[in-house]
Design a binder for this molecule. Structure first.
Ligand SMILES: [Zn+2]
Length: 506
């Protein structure tokens, strides 16, 4: 009985163990086999991926080899690639090896200089934001254009930079409204200023674009086309003079020309003073616009991303600033006769004018700036006429504004009572010719083409005198400035309106 009882008590856990212990183990084994199965499956996947990767890498390397083969073995590019391959073979970090492979891929491709369109889209977006298009009257600006690719504008500039026949209105139209960028770039290259000033071309381009964007394209005459035109004429005065100007002076003269009329509102100082305009208040009625232009220009340079003088010494910066300010302020026409008189007196006695003396050189540079600023009448008649229409339109708008405000209409600004040809003859006789006469002693014979044009233009305007004034502006100026197919002989002003011909009509 006891034995039975003991046996029963002993057998129970054994049975329990036999029944449940084996079951647990079986379960565990089953689970383990599932895990193993999963692991085997995962391992299969991994090995397959690994195989694919090795194949891909082999393919990529083969492709890479094929491309590298095509590159001249002695070229710096192939040498760089070989060096990179060598570094990759020594490096066991897969991330670094991957990056090196990517670099080799770019270097070995044919698209080394192709712009990444996605990146460019972002850049263009920013450019568009900066050059917000405004309603155009004077200058039509196309922000989508690539200002540096080879096109009609670059060809025109290349062939005409040093010609007195240069037509900046034409350049403005064929460059989609970027004459400052084109002229500026060409002249900075011509005078080797990019390397001398140690600046990046992108910074220079941004500087020109910034200057250009601060001209109001709706102003008929004092817009970026006028700025570029004055700069081109300044170039003629620099290269044709008997003086060998150092790079600092050339830099000052080109910059002064490019920004000398920034943000011009299309109304003159007298109007701003008479109407107590904010600018007149700000600058105490003294050379109101000119002070503003100069202030705006130097404000651009304050921003390091536009500062093309950032690598010059403090002293050079100081002297360039001093020269630019004096040149820009000299464009105030109220000092015109005084300045001419001062310069003529200096030059009259040979011993008194000394280009080595800072004050004398500054005076000469002011004169050059002024001559460039009023140089339109010394261009071929077809070009000069275009500018005349632009300035007259700006004058007439001021006249209308004066009339609307019950102010006396300024001379030459009455749209209905101004004899344009007569005003041009007077301007040539009393303003432009005396200015050229004054600077001629430092130009030997090189002002001859300018004098010839002045003479011819004077004759042509005199012949046009007999016409009623309105016949001189037979078509609207708006049409003239908007005409995308710029026609050089758009209007023949020496004949009556019925004889108006265009190149296309012929
Ligand atoms: Zn000007």
């Amino acid at each position: 009985m006891y034995l039975f009882i003991i046996s029963s008590f002993t057998l129970l856990p054994i049975t329990y163990f036999l029944v449940y212990g084996f079951r647990d183990r079986a379960f565990r084994l089953l689970l383990q086999s599932d895990e193993i199965k999963n692991l085997v499956q995962a391992n299969d996947g991994l090995s397959k991926e690994l195989k694919d990767l090795i194949l891909l890498e082999k393919d990529a390397l083969r492709e890479e080899e094929e491309k590298v083969k095509k590159i001249d073995f002695n070229s710096p590019l192939s040498k760089s690639i070989l060096k990179l391959q060598e570094i990759r073979s020594r490096n066991h970090d897969s991330e670094i090896a991957y990056q090196i492979t990517e670099i080799i891929k770019i270097l070995a491709s044919n698209d080394l200089f192709k712009v990444d369109l996605e990146d460019k889209a972002v850049d263009d977006q920013e450019n568009l934001k900066r050059n917000t298009p405004s309603p155009k009257f004077g200058i039509l600006i196309d922000n989508s254009s690539n200002v540096f690719k080879d096109n009609d504008a670059t060809n025109y500039i290349r062939n005409n930079t040093d010609s007195i026949d240069f037509d900046t209105i034409k350049l403005t139209l064929i460059s989609s409204g970027h004459p400052v960028v084109y002229i500026g770039f060409q002249l900075f290259q011509k005078y080797n200023l990019i390397s001398t000033l140690k600046i990046e071309t992108d910074l220079l381009k941004d500087f020109f674009l910034e200057v250009e964007s601060q001209y109001d394209p709706t102003v008929p005459y004092h817009n970026c086309a006028h700025a570029a035109d004055v700069c081109q004429f300044m170039n003629l005065l620099i290269q044709n003079s008997d003086i060998d100007f150092p790079y600092e002076d050339i830099t000052s003269m080109l910059i002064a020309a490019l920004w000398h009329d920034m943000k011009h509102p299309g109304f003159n100082n007298n109007f701003l003073i008479q109407t107590s305009h904010d600018l007149a208040i700000q600058y105490n009625d003294i050379s109101v616009l000119e002070n503003m232009h100069s202030f705006l220009g130097f404000s651009i340079l304050q921003n390091q991303k536009y500062n093309i003088l950032k690598n010059l010494s403090k002293e050079t910066n100081k002297s360039i600033r001093d020269q630019i300010i004096s040149m820009v302020l000299a464009t105030d026409m109220s000092f015109h006769f005084e300045l001419i008189g001062k310069f003529k007196n200096k030059i009259a006695s040979e011993t008194s004018f000394d280009i080595g003396k800072l004050s004398d050189k500054k005076l000469l540079m002011e004169m050059m700036m002024k001559a460039a600023d009023i140089s339109n009448a010394s261009r071929p008649f077809e070009v000069a006429m275009g500018w005349t229409f632009q300035i007259m339109e700006e004058f007439f708008r001021q006249g209308e504004e004066e009339n609307a405000r019950n102010l006396p209409i300024s001379t030459f600004m009455n749209r209905n009572g101004t004899d344009i040809s007569k005003s041009q003859v007077s301007f040539i006789d009393f303003v432009v010719t005396p200015m050229f006469d004054a600077i001629s002693p430092i130009y030997s014979n090189s002002l001859k083409p300018a004098y010839e044009n002045l003479k011819r233009n004077r004759t042509l305007w005199s012949e046009a005198r007999n016409l009623p004034p309105n016949n001189l502006l037979p078509l609207s100026l708006t049409k003239y400035t908007f005409d995308s197919k710029f026609r050089k002989k758009s209007y023949v002003v020496t004949k009556a309106e019925r004889d108006v011909v265009t190149d296309e009509d012929q």
